[in-house]
Design a protein around this ligand. Sequence first.
Ligand SMILES: [Zn+2]
Length: 432
Amino acid sequence: MFDQFSIFDVISIVGLDAARIRSNSGYYDCPICGGKKKLNVNVSKGHGGVCRCAKCAAGGDKLDLFLLFHNPKLVPTRSSSQNGAFYFRPSEEDRKWGMKELERILNLSRKDPAYMNKVRQVRQTAVSAANAASKISSPEQRNAVYTAFLRLLKLSAPHRASLHERGLTDRDIDRIMFRSTPLFGRTQLAQKLVAQGLDLENVPGFFKLSQVDESTGEVKENWSIYCPDPGYFVPIRNKDGLIVSMQIRLNKPTTAKDKYRFFTSGRESLKSGISAVSEIHVEMGKEPLKYVYVTEGPIKGYVARALYQKLYGKDDLCVLCVVGTSNFGGVRPLLQWLMETNPVEQIVEFYDLDKFTNPYVGRDRDNLEREIKESILEMRQKLKKEYATGKPLPKFFSHSKGKYLGKGVDDHLLVIYKQHHSGRLPNEEESL
Ligand SMILES: [Zn+2]
């Protein structure tokens, strides 16, 4: 029976909107914890699709997805995936009931052409979204477009002032290329990029605008830029230093947790737009790297490295910045690469202080710790010879609650910096 229904059947039966699916998966409100857009439904992973809530970790396969909408009893289960995280899955008893219930529903609904049509549409929408997502432009193309785009923009005085407050100097700010989002003239800006010979096709944030020529009535398509909410751009760089994605720090956060948006144009209403993909920002010192911090959010990485340099007169720190505490999946290959190519001595889990109070963040933190420890162990095997002949052995480190001087790694280092500089910020110190 399990292979006789698809995740598209379940999506149709429980009434999820298939148009939300991007690159094989969509985010929905979680029926278990109520988390807004926290339940990820992936139609291609696992055996015919999987689901998982980023907030409460409820999830499972396509049958479990059906059950999540029927108030199941949830049992902790270890994931079979590489990181082996725990999640909460409907009990075996509920699964037996669910299978029978689905069979009953499908026996009835599959006689209904409208139902069959709906399932077909859901599948079609998901497949075309998956095809579109696979077309994202290369890191090199994205870097060329984003760099040229940022060069056309300015950083407003209030944005600059707020970055000073966080501990950055003008030199840091200019190097990183923070820029305010353009409030108008976005189509003209895109035209300037095209005139520079840049290809905006499949670069997240750009889309095609249809404009009617008033004299001829002819419809023209021009590239434009999607960033309706004012704020400033935060470049996200990969390990090669290429800007592969951007966040927008919003001026008016909708909630405390919602201060950032991806610069993306993957919306149904935007022609030729494409979704941003989640990337880890790699903020890397120029000296051989001894310390690696793993934290949340690119700005924290930029600030942490800049302060660390000023405090200790060294540039041997690398900060890996995940976007969202549960998105540490890409950390492992980066850590392994760093351990292989650098004399890494310490890998520090540096998530924000709320990991001690928010159980969901706490759980992500625990999983991250396991990821880090496992990658260290793996490398101990792989680099046995190097370690035996003097390469320093990397150790895992995590701060206890009492050791945090601020909310996150950036505030923590800023407190130390101010202690050493009579309460002045780096920016004030530089202009003395
Ligand atoms: Zn949930």
